[in-house]
Ligand binder design. Structure first.
Ligand code: PMP
Length: 406
């Protein structure tokens, strides 16, 4: 018996109700971007229909209203993560949030420092650190990874103790495999050796709803568009003193205190990182997404997602020739797999013919692909608006595709 009304939930997401190539859409690509509930779409339309004004600048009613709504969204984000509102910076995505931190730390780094990442990282949590390392001379090292794509907690803790990094930048959930890393022991050890910790929460923020005070990281990044909100908006959480200590990333209006022709002073965080007119409609859309998430019972969602995932995994395992790379426990609901030596693009294209949307390729994780010894994979990612019927159609269609390839 389902704990919540899946039909009601699906009716909130208009994109789900359509046919693709003559078949009902089975959307299994929420790890790339989630679909949006009608309330999010309405909030964006409402902003441009009757609330449009710039924030933080005007004394007129519309501007004050826009500013209030914009700042209330920040409060909601802070509450969601159990942190303070002035620890939340709006960015244009998780990618920009990581770049902001990487650039903000640059002046403090030299060749005596070490940045530590893991082989599970999305390119967004690798390339900015490579560039900072090249620019500052700081060493870039990677945690060891088990053959099966999981991190061994004890081994990683030992490694952190031995290397004593200045910064550990690590993902909460692998976007490719869906594997959840138990970050608490790693963060505890990192803190013992005085390392800063940045957590890439792009995949974890929706499914795990982390309490960032408890997690005890210094920085946490995520993207609105993977959490039912619009694209072009991300979040940087920073423990206040660490956030405020970062150097500015971009400069211009809004972030300043006083501007003289030769020099300027800046406002404290978060204002000093939000320069120029922000993505106001995006923030208001995301605010509606947070309302939507807050109305759902998170425990129920998690239990439902686990049931769906276990069902899909059980069916997939039984198909001959399928190799699954994802860990089947401690997973948010992502199945990463290949069929024999077939190209993942071919499988994804054939599945699309049956209305099934999956991702194929390296998923912006080329080092992980190299570790697994493949060029690419197929990735089916489930979330709470998917149904058991979606899984049945996916498995059934996959079998038909395989018959075509064989
Ligand atoms: N990190 C992870 C784990 C991701 O899955 C993604 C998005 N695929 C990103 C970072 C980058 O997020 P965005 O493209 O929204 O900036």
């Amino acid at each position: 018996v389902l704990e919540f009304d899946i039909n009601k939930i699906r009716s909130d997401f208009p994109t789900l109700n359509q046919t693709i190539n003559g078949c009902p859409l089975v959307y299994l690509d929420s790890a790339a971007t989630s679909q949006k509930p009608q309330s999010v779409i309405n909030a964006i339309t409402e902003f441009y229909t009757s609330q449009n004004a710039n924030v933080h600048r005007g004394r007129h009613s519309l501007s004050e209203q826009a500013t209030n709504l914009y700042e209330q969204a920040r409060d909601k984000m802070a509450q969601y993560f159990n942190v303070f509102s002035n620890e939340i910076v709006w960015t244009k995505g998780a990618t920009e949030a990581i770049n902001l931190v990487a650039n903000g730390l640059k002046k403090r780094l030299d060749k005596s420092h070490t940045i530590m990442i893991s082989p599970l990282e999305h390119h967004a949590n690798i390339v900015p650190w490579q560039i900072v390392s090249q620019q500052t001379g700081a060493k870039l090292v990677s945690l060891p990874l088990n053959k099966n794509g999981t991190l061994n907690t004890l081994e990683c803790c030992e490694f952190i103790k031995q290397i004593r990094p200045t910064l550990l930048a690590i993902t909460q959930v692998s976007n490719t495999l869906g594997n959840i890393t138990d970050l608490s022991p790693l963060i505890r050890v990192a803190k013992e050796v005085n390392s800063l910790v940045l957590v890439d929460g792009a995949q974890g923020a929706l499914h795990l709803k982390p309490d960032l005070r408890k997690l005890n990281c210094d920085f946490y990044v995520c993207s609105s568009h993977k959490m039912l909100g619009p694209t072009g908006l991300g979040v940087l959480y920073g423990r206040y003193e660490e956030l405020n200590a970062l150097d500015i990333y971009q400069s211009g209006g809004e972030m300043i205190d006083k501007v003289y022709l030769t020099h300027s002073t800046y406002r404290p965080a978060p204002a000093k990182f939000e320069t120029g007119t922000p993505n106001i409609s995006g923030v208001l859309g995301f605010s509606a997404a947070l309302d939507y998430l807050n109305e759902l019972d998170h425990g129920k969602i998690q239990r439902y997602e686990q049931k769906l995932f276990n069902y899909a995994a059980k069916e997939l395992v039984m198909i001959e020739g399928i190799t699954i790379y994802s860990n089947l426990s401690d997973n948010i609901g992502t199945l990463c797999f290949n069929f024999n030596n077939e190209h993942p693009y071919d499988l994804a294209t054939l599945l699309d013919g049956y209305g099934v949307a999956v991702r194929s390729g390296h998923h912006c994780t080329q080092p992980l692909m190299a570790h697994l010894g493949v060029n690419g994979t197929v990735r089916a990612s489930l979330t709470f608006y998917n149904t058991f019927e979606d899984v049945d159609i996916f498995i059934h269609s996959l079998k038909k595709c395989i018959a075509l390839l064989d």
